[in-house]
Design a protein around this ligand. Structure first.
Ligand code: ADP
Length: 556
């Protein structure tokens, strides 16, 4: 029985509400967009709202129906933000395509999603031509900016012409159920065939609110947020929606995300909040050492998508006053799930210990760790097992993917990450299950070894993978990129590591490589490294062999 006088819990949490908020209370906030020629344009949220109205009319003129998927193949730019708001508010599903995927992968994904309309940046048309003729569902290509779309199969339209032709009247946005689908994002495929994660309006809005919480990204009206992470990568970590909700100004860097461009934007746009994967901040650190840009406006940099080495955080903070806060999440978790703001009780060295972890669970996100048989493990900060999570913005399945069932267990998402959780609910990621190195029946954390390796001043990048070993099943091989002009060998690296990690974790071999392959979302591509190793394509440098023996109990 429901009691009388209950609050308005039917109020829908939809992107339509975000649009309304952008037009009204956040109308004076701005979106600044870096264009292909390097120039910048700036528009108020009020104007963005008006343009979204025109887009609503345009989507109707194209015959888009509710729940139909509409794709974007765009850089981070103002038009992308407009589409982020208009497509779901219209009742269709925003499907962001990963610009770094191959033609085959994109063909699979677009076909699987059955996208009918694709919004494409003019500069990306040559890439689209490679697979456009193979697509079964696409009827319209809408070109953003300049670029010759002739010859693309289907009807080719121009974004600005489409908007100009639309009535200059408010669009009658439908009243949507907030459990309806809003956005679709495919996992980048580090883990096999891409799978679609389907977000609802409710999950998107709750996640955006989560990103506004003070102990999270704390997105607020005083922020100028630089969204470096691509808008195709897990909804740019929710920052576009969080900014719309909070009224933070957003700055969208377009295609230039090299360290110099990012530093220039931080400096000239007085950026307060930014987010990107660790590689970007590694590059920025190196750039800052040489060029000393003014990065003092930054109040927080959210960094995740891969383990964030402590050395990176410490150097950026102590030498350049850039506070990096680690986050952990996945496409399946919208993505924010943990964030590492240390509690007041942690001081000095202990603060860094907290900062080095993936972080504390965000509000509404629950976690557990389980062993191989599915039994729950204790939260003692030591015992590690598979991390499983659940919550209102965590995936419950995959879009049209009956085979995806093994990723879910009794309402929990099996993350595929190995982690330990402390008594106070802090998550420490040891590894991805498939990257863990199994040696003599025990696990070696490749992440822990990498973090120590990149702390060496002459190491630019490092990835540690398993190599088959007759006696121990697997042993660690460290692939290392040495800083230009630095000299390094395996013996010196072993000396560096010896006091820092458990003895039997020391790599058996080092491969000095010119670069580490990256995935489409900028992560170390260990799958590719393992394939190179199997094909004999890794020039394994030296054997630096400390005698190997079975780990003793106290070393474990
Ligand atoms: P993909 O699975 O295709 O790489 P995601 O971006 O969804 O795409 O990747 C999520 C994975 O990234 C997580 O499961 C985890 O392995 C890794 N990850 C994300 N953040 C962190 C972090 N702070 N520390 C360690 N690993 C992380």
């Amino acid at each position: 029985m429901r009691l009388e006088g209950l609050v308005q819990h039917e109020f829908p949490l939809t992107t339509g509400y975000l649009l309304d908020r952008m037009r009204t209370v956040n109308g004076d906030s701005t979106c600044t967009s870096v264009r292909g020629d390097g120039s910048r344009t700036s528009e108020s949220y009020r104007e963005l709202g008006a343009r979204a109205d025109r887009l609503g009319h345009a989507l109707r003129s194209l015959g888009v129906r509710e729940t139909e998927r509409v794709a974007t193949y765009l850089w981070n730019c103002q038009e992308h933000l407009e589409l982020y708001l208009a497509i779901p508010s219209y009742g269709a599903v925003l499907h962001t395509l990963n610009l770094r995927l191959s033609a085959d992968e994109l063909t699979y994904i677009v076909d699987h999603a059955e996208d009918r309309v694709v919004f494409v940046d003019g500069s990306l048309i040559p890439a689209v031509r490679e697979f456009a003729h193979r697509l079964r569902s696409v009827r319209y290509w809408v070109v953003v900016g300049a670029g010759d779309g002739s010859g693309l199969p289907g009807t080719v339209l121009r974004y600005e012409e489409l908007l100009a032709a639309a009535p200059d009247t408010p669009f009658d946005w439908p009243a949507l159920d907030d459990r309806a689908a809003a956005a679709l994002c495919y996992t980048s495929g580090t883990t096999g065939r891409p799978k679609g994660v389907l977000y609802s309006h409710r999950s998107t809005l709750l996640h955006a609110l989560g990103a506004c919480a003070a102990d999270s990204l704390g997105t607020c009206a005083a922020d100028r947020a630089l969204i470096v992470v691509p808008m195709f990568h897990a909804n740019a970590w929710g920052l576009p929606y969080a900014s719309a909700l909070a009224g933070a100004d957003v700055v969208l860097p377009g295609r230039a995300v090299d360290a110099a461009a990012i530093a220039r934007l931080i400096e000239s746009e007085r950026i307060t909040l930014a987010c990107a994967v660790p590689t970007i901040w590694h590059d920025l650190l190196r750039y800052a050492e040489e060029h000393r840009p003014d990065l003092s406006s930054l109040r927080m940099v959210a960094c995740g998508g891969a383990a964030v080495p402590r050395s990176l955080m410490q150097e950026l903070e102590e030498r350049h006053n850039v506070p990096i806060i680690q986050v952990w999440g996945m496409t399946e978790t919208s993505p924010l799930a943990t964030i590492a703001h240390p509690p007041s009780r942690a001081q000095g060295e202990q603060r860094w210990a907290y900062r080095g972890m993936a972080g504390k669970l965000l509000p509404f996100v629950q976690a557990r760790i389980v062993d191989e048989r599915g039994a729950q493990l204790p939260w003692d900060g030591e015992t590690d097992g598979e991390l499983q999570v659940r919550g209102p913005w965590i995936a419950a399945g995959y879009f049209r993917e009956p085979d995806g069932a093994e990723k879910f267990q009794d309402g929990w998402l099996r993350t595929g990450d190995v982690a330990a959780i402390s008594r106070d609910g802090w998550v420490r990621i040891t590894d991805r299950a498939k990257d863990v190195i199994k040696s003599g029946g025990e696990w070696i954390s490749s992440v822990a070894v990498e973090n120590e390796l990149v702390g060496h001043p002459a190491v630019r990048e490092a990835a540690v993978i398993a190599m088959p070993d007759e006696r121990w099943t697997e042993r660690p091989l460290a692939c290392v990129v040495v800083e230009p002009e630095a000299e390094l060998d395996g013996r010196r690296l072993t000396e560096w590591l010896r006091p820092r990690i458990t003895k039997w974790w020391l790599p058996d071999e080092y491969a000095f490589v010119p670069a580490i392959p990256r995935t489409s979302t900028g992560k170390l591509d260990k799958k590719k490294l393992r394939a190179l190793l199997a094909d004999g394509g890794l020039a394994r440098g030296e054997r630096t062999l400390p005698p190997i023996r079975t780990p003793t109990a106290e070393e474990n």
